[in-house]
Write a protein that binds this ligand. Structure first.
Ligand code: FRU
Length: 496
């Protein structure tokens, strides 16, 4: 059969003379390029892949299409760090040159086996614009950093009976003496599922079956992407990125969403009994997260701060998206909470602290930093409606508002000259029990804000594309409040 081709299915080896250099130059001039978030040098980034602390360093791979801000031939780009804040770019780890990955090296995860890092990924195969299949593949990274594709690839050829060609995103782990692989899948009736393979040696895999997951997902859910499974303090957690959910009050407002479920996995009986589940992040731009074990056995997570099928303002500049910051996950009161990794404190340079009391109105707390962290504690027992505006100027601002009467926190991004993604709504919200005080910790980095409320109880990941002068932080309220705050200027990661 002749191979299905389209110009977007070409690898970086097929770049034209000076093509990559001129892309690099164009992107380097962007006003919106983050200073310390992992982002592509040019082209499009999506899911974090293969995350690991391995051989004394953090390795982050990500889905990468080098030639522009659209989804084409996916490669695995690679960055490395010893401290989680200074990242070094390494040569592209996976370039899809083989027949078993003819239309891209899709997402996957890693696992250390015998002192080597096994990188599992999906070889995407397209027969036409609509028809596809998938192979599961392996690449092995040695301690010296060399990445080689396994010579017996693919390790799983094609998809099991009963499923369409949408089977992808291997997540592997060991339980007892066996290795297991979770994969996102689509049943033949076009509904989403998670399937499991098992292996004794992490190389030869056999199909075990579909995981029975008692999440009451609607029939409209047509695909489950990027499954993840891990434990924190003995509590088992499953994270998945479903497509086709229906929006409900505060939930699933984005085109695609992410949920986590607490429960119990019975791998022999192929069940995950769910005790509770909810949406993981309440912002506009968050998808396909992946977790891994950090240096001190903590559970870390990176997500893709972006959304498929949405046009972003930087598309014009031939680059799109970034990853979130690394977050440390924990379980508190039977909920998954997310905090910025403690290593991020190393980014702080100049810091300014103050206390401000305000009675009805607004006041500017700071301006002038393009990349900063805000830590604010707001004592607000009298106020019904109050909050903080980021990327603030006379005419722009991202508004984080607390509303006591409805016990909600919301984020509004309608006030920007460069607006985008209007079709999917301009406000996101979450339920929050608002007591006498609330805590806000926000990381702002040119075109991204990650906002952690009450130590990670609610998190909003959001892109915004402000004018250069919109660097203010503003406080507003309808009644009296006192805000104690610190603003840290954050260092730029020069090598990214
Ligand atoms: C999620 C996803 C994955 C897939 C990858 C392709 O964003 O669609 O399911 O492996 O992106 O880039």
């Amino acid at each position: 059969m002749t191979k299905y081709t389209e110009p977007k299915y070409r690898t970086i080896h097929e770049a034209e003379a000076n093509e990559l250099e001129s892309l690099k130059e164009k992107v380097a001039a962007s006003l919106w390029k983050p200073a310390f978030h992992i982002h592509p040098e040019h082209g499009l980034l999506n899911d974090p892949n293969g995350l690991a602390y391995f051989n004394g360093a953090y390795h982050v791979f990500y889905q990468w299409f080098p030639f522009g801000a659209y989804h084409g031939m996916k490669h695995w780009a690679h960055v490395k760090s010893t401290n989680l804040v200074e990242w070094e770019r390494l040569p592209t780890a996976l370039v899809p040159t083989e027949d078993y990955e003819s239309h891209g090296a899709y997402s996957g995860a890693s696992m250390e086996v015998d002192g080597k890092l096994y990188l599992y990924y999906t070889g995407n195969i397209k027969f036409s614009a609509e028809e596809r299949s998938a192979n599961q593949c392996l690449a092995i990274m040695e301690k010296d950093g060399q990445v080689r594709k396994y010579d017996k690839n693919p390790i799983i050829k094609g998809v099991p009976a009963g499923f369409t060609g949408h089977v992808r995103d291997p997540k592997v782990f060991k339980k007892g003496n066996m290795y297991y692989m979770l994969l996102g899948a689509q049943r033949e009736d076009k509904t989403g599922a998670i399937i499991i393979y098992e292996s004794k040696d992490a190389l030869d895999w056999s199909f075990k079956g579909e995981l029975k997951l008692d999440l009451d997902l609607p029939e409209s859910c047509y695909m489950l992407e990027c499954p993840d499974y891990f434990e924190i303090q003995g509590q088992e957690i499953l994270v998945v990125s479903p497509q086709g959910l229906e929006a409900k009050k505060h939930d699933y407002q984005n085109l695609y969403n992410v949920i986590y479920a607490l429960g119990k996995l019975d791998i022999e009986n192929l069940t995950f009994d769910v005790t509770s589940y909810e949406e993981l992040d309440k912002g506009f731009d968050f998808y396909a997260p992946q977790t891994f074990e950090g240096k001190s056995n903590e559970r870390l997570m990176f997500g893709w701060a972006g959304m498929a099928e949405v046009e972003y303002p930087t598309d014009q500049e031939d680059w799109a998206h970034c990853l979130t910051l690394p977050r440390e996950l924990d379980i508190v009161n039977s909920r998954l909470i997310q905090k910025p990794a403690k290593e991020l404190k190393q980014l702080r340079s100049k810091s300014q602290s103050d206390v401000r009391t305000l009675d009805n109105g607004s006041t500017k707390l700071h301006s002038g930093f393009l990349s900063f962290e805000l830590e604010a504690s707001i004592e607000s027992s009298g106020a019904d409606s109050f909050g903080v505006e980021l990327f603030s100027s006379e005419t722009e601002g991202l508004v984080l508002a607390f509303d006591r009467s409805s016990q909600t926190v919301s984020l509004n991004r309608e006030n920007f000259h460069t607006s985008f993604d209007k079709e999917n709504g301009l406000v996101r919200s979450a339920e929050l029990s608002i007591g006498d005080s609330v805590k806000v910790q926000a990381f702002v980095d040119r075109s991204i804000a990650e906002i952690f409320i009450n130590d990670g109880e609610v998190v909003f990941t959001t892109r915004a594309f402000p004018m250069q002068q919109s660097t203010g932080v503003k406080l507003f309220t309808d009644k009296k409040l006192t805000c104690t705050y610190t603003i840290h200027q954050l260092k730029s990661n020069n090598s990214l």
